[in-house]
Design a protein. Sequence first.
Lengths: 772, 480
Amino acid sequence: MRLPALFALATLGFAPAARAQDAVDFNRDVRPILSNNCFQCHGPDEKTRKAKLRLDTQDGALAASVVPGKPDASELIARVIAPHDDAAAMPPAKSGKRLTAKEVDTLKRWIKGGAKYAAHWAYIKPALPPVPQTKFDTANAVDTFLFARLEQEGLKPQPGADRYALARRVALDLTGLPPTAAEVEAFVSDKAANAYETFVDKMLAKPAYGEHFARFWLDLARYADSAGYADDPLRTIWKYRDYVIESFNANKRFDAFTIEQLAGDLMPNATVAQQIATAFHRNTMTNSEGGTNDEEFRNVAVVDRVNTTYLVWMGTSMACAQCHTHKYDPITQIEYFRSYAFFNNTADADRPDESPKLEFWSDKQREQKADLEARIADLEAQLKGRKPDEAKPERDALAGLKKQLAALKPDTSVPVMKELTGAQRRKTRLQYRGNFLDLGDEVTEGTPAALHAFPKDAPKTRLEFAKWLVSSENPLTARVIANRFWEQIFGTGIVRTSEEFGIQGELPSHFELLDWLAVDFQRDWDVKRFLKLLVMSNAYRQSAKVTPELFERDPENRLLARGPRVRLTAEMVRDQALSAAGLLSPKMLGPSVRPQQPNLGVSAAFGGSIDWQTSAGEDKFRRGVYTQWRRSNPYPSMSTFDAPNRDTCVVRRARTNTPLQALVTMNDPVYIEAAQALARRTIAHGGKTTEERAAFALQACLVRPTTQAEVSRLVKLYDDAKAKFTKDAAKAAQFATAPLGPLPKGVEAADAAAWTVVANVILNLDEMLLKR
Amino acid sequence: MHPQLAWLQATTRRTFLNGSALGLGALALSGLEGRSAEPSADKPLAPRKPHFAAKAKRVIYLHMSGAPPHLDIFDYKPELQKRDGQNCPDEYLKGKRFAFTSGVPKLLGTRQPFKQHGKSGVWMSDAIKPLHAVADDVTVIRSMRTDEFNHAPAELLLYTGFARQGRPSLGAWTCYGLGSESENLPGFVVLISNGVQPSGGQGCWGSGFLPSVFQGVQCRSKGEPVLYLSDPPGLDRDTRRMGLDALKDLNELQEKELGHPETRTRISQYELAFRMQMSATEVMDISREPQKVLDAYGAKPGAGTFANNCLLARRLVEQGVRYVQLFDWGWDFHGTNPNEDIRDGLTKKGTTTTQSVAALIQDLKNRDMLKDTLVIWGGEFGRTPFREGRTAGGQVLGRDHYPDVFSLMVAGGGIKGGYTHGASDELGFKVAENEVHVHDLQATLQHCLGFDHTKLTYRFQGRDYRLTDVHGKVVKDILA
């Protein structure tokens, strides 16, 4: 099959620009070849190592296979160029792998140059690189790195986007919502030199900012309102979601945010918020199916905590090392269980009641509770020493009170981490092939030797482990997190594999920029400041216009020779429609809500029905971040837009473009309701003429002035639809009112139905689904 | 370079359906030479060649959720009948865990009459009478084994090669490898009888880390066939078309202004959605079938039954859908109520469901499609040769979950007809010969579709993943 040109180009990828012409760089050029073709049998894992040969270290390579300076005398070269049917050929024929001529040439040049190894780039602590020079206009250091690269590539940045486009783009990126008409007008008419900065500050200060970035973090935290597995019962843990929203809004330092979530319970004088934060790792699944072994699934949860922690903060896939020493990265199985040991001593144990939990009682409940407890104590004192057959009335009263006390439930609760002490503490032992029943020697807490050292004098606790993650010596965390925020703002990470910074991950498109950003972020871990740095760059503010040539050259916009333009997330698509319709509720925090969803008529195998009763009042119009997240059946319209089920940590959501998405925004009653509301707004506030109204509706959604061509096309649609609905009153009434409800007085059904058709089209525009 | 790279660069241009002009039958003429390394970025569901020429082109997997009691269906154990009611020997219990049995249970011989059927003499009980007629078309594997004894993990292991959520399913791998031959329908369709989901949930048809375009789309035989497929009340097709025309014009203005090719893709996705509204509605409407076909399957228009789903499976593959997955709940024969009794309860469940299975096999054969359609019938594990602990005191006879050996039926698509593979030991506790682990079954199904299971891989988080994890060998003996 002939591949489209775009595809062929993409496979070349965007390796970082060569730093010195023609010099072979081990990390950039050689390691990927060895890693992809050799390490599986000749890498760090001793158990599967063939012929006692290892190629992941210089000693290993020099021992047998490589003669520095002499490619022709090196066995490595002889093997990779041996004919396919030669038994000595490498990689072996049955692997289906074969080096290309270019790869062989790279290896030869590398050997010729001395066969030097270098530590994997991401394991070397980032240092502040010098800021390069560029002839293009820059707003900050971000631009200097990006634009210097554009110069190297013979490209140039686009002019700045117009203020309307920019206002919508940055509002969506920082708050997940379009700006209000008033906010946009204030920005557009602001003559001050720092008008844009004022607008950005305003966006960062909105409470919607915290809701938007919480959504991003909740994917990493695998937050859900159910416990998972077959039964997938509902779980109460929304206090953790609120903690994340409030932390972002308060601009909590990222290092503190980290330590609280991993070990808030162990902090001295831990506050309630710090304890709630530890629910981060109580988002693991709990299995309540009959016959399951609680210890087995507790073990699965601990494994998930180890993997998630390394994945989220260090972009390192530890999962491989659970069963065997890592095939690519320098992490042994014993080291895996050393990390495991840090997490192996919390009190939770796959129990259906999710204990231990933090309970929240209202003052009134607390009073009731105290009162009952006092009365019980009183009666018990009275009954002390009396025979069992005496004082029946008192005994009855006591039983009644105890029942009342048991029935008293807290307002809400949240599962938390709680460290075991003394004799309760568990010993950690190596698990052969990751099997919790097949145990090896005892292993104590520790971190992998290839990473920065754990402070010698620090106790080996979860708290110190959390501090180790955000220590200034850590080469990974600042890079990984800076890259995640970059991905949120620019669409693709500087390291595209934002989940994998190890040897099998991709190299950064801009090495020095990433290091500069990491050092800068680590300076104060100030998230708002860091995000502001990104959106204040000229690169971010460019127009998104693209020529066919540039698109061909850089389809993914890795070089940023134009402004970022990617599809909105599932939550943003829905929130934006509700917002344009004037339906979106500003209510924040609290228990999760159940917006309208189709009746699926399905039930879980052993659980109850998956269908739900739609929340009443404004709760059905809350932001997507508050929608009840059932792992076995995530909200269907959002999962169609690539929202994950959050069984485990999701680092990167896909951004697909499918006809099923078209069906959602065309037909889902939620979007029809939004179209009806927008139609009614248009009739009430959009002016007198059809032209004025069409422009009003369009502007309400796109937050920009409209063009004559657009308005005329919508006017024609309105006229055609109106003519049809005028002939069919029943259909008009149906389409104008179901599900939103009866029309306001004086509004004609055919008119409202025709505007609903128009509104439905606007809500489906390409421009609505993407940033512009 | 990562194959994932190609995917991620294309994420914004992925299509759910194959938008090419290739329809069913056009594949042979399209002159595909060699296999492309990766699905096309623009049309990920366009048909692709497998690794090697293969007999099977499509799959219908009939899953009996809960796990059928194979000892009362396929695996005849006279010795177990002889020792019915005796204590289960200790050697079979030592070091084992069961879902609902502890202590020493009693051996339980089948109450179903067994006989050899067809010219080939495949053993089948009377619980599945309708299948007797197709005995010569099927292979029965009596030496299946799995690692899991609870429904959800066992189902996930069977479909994704891994006992927990998160890996791509067999259907997703199939569409990733082969694309689809339908222009207007999803490549991978899931049908669930009477609305009861399998325990493994959506993970059984998920795409895991593969692009979501490959995940199964649940269609329903009752109500709206695909979520949000119907136009909203009051909006007729003409008015919808009017709206779509305006949408197209406005999107073209946008494309002109910014020059993003994704806008073009979006326009085509809306057109596909419009076409799908028609074609999915048509294909899911079984009232278009002749009465005698409906009768053969036992299907009734408007019902949500397994019979309807079997007929729909045939209609879908006929339209070029690559993989159809059915789930039928009600096979968890613990003996907690009369429906779960291995006597009458099983006869009733077995007879009604296998009528549709036999009809499907016969129907595919009549249409000359059985030869290139894999049909699989079975559960996620087997059931114990002893009576389940909880219900031992009652009147109803049931069996507990059992992973060490069970039976499964495969037909069509390059599989032998009238063949029995492997055997359990005398009492049915262990595989006695030719063990087929679920990973081996996966490797074999992929082989039938033209894939070397060790080479159909996808790189994710730094590792090449495959359906069979690091296991699996092709069971050559069952290949025709």
